[in-house]
Design a protein around this ligand. Structure first.
Ligand SMILES: [Zn+2]
Length: 153
């Protein structure tokens, strides 16, 4: 298991969006995710009763009906579940001059997270590609982003 310190260099200033588009770091629901990302960790919610992975904003567990969430650090690895290229020209807000990827990553923990890449690219990864999660810094907020693609063996 790698430590958070190993990941501190994986927080890159964002290449894609203007900082004015940053989410609120103090967001009541997502604060644990953002706090952990500042430390270079991916933290996600699980059902406190049965440990099933929950969606970011899911309150009630599909598995047992429990209503308590417990946030835990998860491994920063997953696979590409779905991917698309966004074509959006919005001078001043979107820095990319070409299309940029939006990727639905299924983490090894079972969670799904939608993210873009930590480094500039104008292509979308193939479905099933293994990915390592790093982070992008947008204004005061750090959010997960795909770092490296690990070609599946
Ligand atoms: Zn449950």
């Amino acid at each position: 298991m790698s430590t958070a310190a190993d990941h501190a260099d994986q927080i890159l200033d964002d290449w894609l969006l203007d900082p004015s588009l940053a989410p609120a770091a103090g967001d009541e629901v997502l604060a644990p995710l953002y706090d952990a990302a500042q430390r270079g960790e991916v933290m996600l919610p699980f059902c406190a009763a049965c440990a099933k992975p929950l969606e970011l904003e899911q309150d009630i567990c599909d598995g047992c009906g429990g209503g308590d969430r417990s946030w835990r650090a998860v491994a920063p690895h997953g696979t590409v579940h779905a991917a698309t290229l966004m074509h959006r020209r919005e001078p001043g807000l979107v820095h990319a001059r070409g299309p940029y990827p939006i990727v639905d990553v299924e983490l090894d923990s079972g969670h799904r997270l939608v993210m873009t890449t930590a480094r500039p690219t104008d292509t979308a990864p193939r479905i099933g590609t293994a990915v390592h999660i790093a982070f992008r810094r947008l204004g005061d907020v750090v959010i997960p982003a795909i770092d490296t693609l690990e070609e599946d063996a």
